[in-house]
Design a binder for this molecule. Structure first.
Ligand code: GLC
Ligand code: CA
Length: 563
């Protein structure tokens, strides 16, 4: 096996719950996933990343693990898991799983012992987590700090039996592990080895930049700097890299919201021992404004700034070129659907804008990840009832919005625009009941538009979104030399409407011209830039490259120059 295979890998990300229900209990599972590995291969992918498959009370979609050594019953048995891995390997697909290192579920045995002073192993496990004594103000018990969790509430919860608060930077059912404790790290190495022994080819390492905390616990609000990207978290990752990831030749993808150049090179520099690839969020929220009275962070929606998306891709390429490897993706299970977010999901423009987004992303260098349903242009949800949502984050934030003065409709609209549930509804396979996902009512409502948007329908039309993805991802695989290994150069990067770049390979160049708007725009190119380019592909029809290119709404063109 070529040591560098992952540099041109085409990764496909699956959220198990919503991919395909193989035993008709309303929840996706390994039997369902195994049935679709040929579909994934056909699309051009050669790596599948599966969402957390471990035992879990499912407070946060399985990121709250209660037993790292068991397959979650809702997804099947260990035998089903092994069968899926074996079948994937047989057709040349590698499998990576999600690895949740930062926290466990509060239902994990470790935490049960850690929070029960009567347990004989209390001391040992207490020290697996992060605890602080209460503070008192006017005689009342208050939290050690005012830090804000990523899901919107406080980061501390009180356990009476211990008279202490435990830290949780996500939901209160997800206590953070104490990574300074060597025993914790050793336990986690065992987990990694267990799954590698079963055939897993690598991991996507969840919340990697949060492993270290500021143990002085200074007060502050929101206090993110006390549990994000602290220098020591690199030591932990490096320890895993040196002891396991590298010797066992695993593909590792770390998740870290952002990073400076120095940090990026620590994570994925060729001579660093941490990860192969990094999932950062550089391009993900290019349509947020300043916080307002009701909405903060990603919830504060504003106009899309295309130039910010372009700058992020260029910035990451420039930071890593020659020194580390780049990763490209549009969105994952934590984001709205890309066609609704950066494209246009109206009847008129959904299809063309989904194709435009595919053309705009997948000619860029690096390794790519495609998220389930992206390839058929699945859209955001139009749920009208708060109870239709499933995500733990939704419920805390909904309450926050109402408390801050939002009307129910405003709060629901924010969830429809931005919530993570948008990406987690059942995959739309065909036009039969429940979109062919299951024979019974699924755990979460299918998007109402499945009659129109589904895999079967898409596969019957040669120029569908699905066939566009198939064409481009397969090309990406065949021409990795010029695409994955190419050099990225945006043109007109400050322009607020277009998305124009070149990917320069050793024997050809690709030139991409996209219109990110619902208006007709002109893309002007200097005469010198034109020479030698031939029309190659588009989401519209043949057009010769010229100095002034008129692009109708969401049109995208690809030109090639061969040397
Ligand atoms: C990561 C996951 C997200 C999860 C969180 C806590 O950001 O992608 O889905 O909620 O970590 O594990
Ligand atoms: Ca099932």
């Amino acid at each position: 096996m070529n040591k560098n295979w992952w540099k041109s890998a085409i990764i496909y990300q699956v959220t198990l719950s919503s991919f395909l229900d193989g035993n008709n209990d309303g929840i996706g599972d390994f039997i369902g996933l195994e049935k679709k590995i040929e579909y994934i291969k056909d699309l051009g992918a050669n790596v599948i990343w599966v969402s957390p498959h471990y035992s879990s009370p499912m407070d946060d979609n399985g990121y709250d693990v209660s037993d790292f050594y068991q397959v979650n019953k809702r997804y099947g048995t260990l035998e089903d898991f092994k069968s899926f891995v074996k079948a994937s390997h047989k057709i040349g697909i590698k499998v990576i799983t999600d690895l949740v290192l930062n926290h466990t579920s509060d239902e994990h045995l470790w935490f049960q012992k850690a929070s029960n002073p009567l347990d004989i192993d209390y001391q040992k496990y207490h020290d697996y987590y992060i605890w602080q004594k209460p503070k008192y103000k006017d005689g009342l018990r208050v939290r050690p700090t005012r830090w804000l969790s990523w899901f919107g509430g406080p980061t501390w919860d009180y356990v009476e039996a211990c008279d202490e608060y435990y830290l949780h930077i996500f939901s209160k059912k997800m206590p953070d592990l104490n990574w300074r404790n060597k025993e914790v790290r050793e336990e986690m190495k065992k987990v990694v080895n267990f799954w590698v022994d079963l055939g897993v080819d690598g991991f996507r390492v969840d919340a990697a930049n949060h492993l270290e905390k500021n143990w002085d616990f200074p007060d502050g609000y929101p206090g993110y700097e006390n549990f994000s990207s602290l220098p020591k978290h690199h030591d932990y990752i490096k320890e895993f890299g040196e002891e396991i990831f590298e010797p066992r030749e695993l593909l590792t993808i770390g998740e870290s919201g952002g990073a400076s150049k120095e940090e990026a090179l620590k994570y994925v520099g060729f001579d660093s021992k941490e990860f192969n690839l990094l999932i950062h969020f550089g391009h993900v929220w290019a349509d947020t404004g300043p916080d307002n009275k009701i909405f903060n962070g990603k919830w504060a929606k504003s106009n899309l700034r295309v130039q910010d998306i372009k700058k992020s891709f260029q910035h990451w390429y420039d930071m890593l070129v020659g020194k580390g490897w780049n990763l490209i993706y549009w969105h994952n299970h934590d984001h709205p659907r890309i066609v609704s977010h950066y494209g246009n999901d109206s009847l008129e423009f959904r299809e063309i804008s989904a194709k435009m987004l595919a053309i705009s992303l997948y000619f860029m260098p690096g390794t790519s990840i495609t998220y389930q349903g992206e390839e058929i242009g699945m859209t955001n949800l139009l749920y009208e009832d708060i109870n239709d949502f499933r995500d733990v984050e939704v419920f805390t934030e909904y309450k926050n919005f109402l408390e801050r003065g939002a009307t129910v409709e405003m709060a629901l609209q924010a969830l429809r625009d931005r919530s993570r549930d948008n990406a987690r509804s059942p995959m739309q396979w065909n036009a039969s009941a429940y979109a062919g996902f299951s024979k019974i009512e699924p755990f979460m409502k299918v998007n109402f538009n499945y009659l129109d948007i589904n895999v079967l329908k898409e596969s019957q039309n040669v120029s569908s979104v699905l066939n566009t993805y198939k064409f481009i991802l397969n090309l990406r695989k065949e021409d990795a030399k010029n695409i994955s290994y190419g050099a990225l150069e945006f043109l007109d990067i400050e322009n607020e409407e277009n998305f124009v770049y070149r990917t320069i390979g050793p024997d050809k160049e690709y030139l991409i011209l996209s219109n990110f708007t619902d208006k007709t725009i002109e893309v002007k190119l200097p005469v010198v830039a034109l020479s030698g380019y031939e029309y190659f592909y588009s989401n519209s029809s043949f057009k010769k490259l010229s100095t002034t290119n008129v692009l109708k709404p969401y049109e995208a063109y690809v030109y090639i120059k061969k040397y």
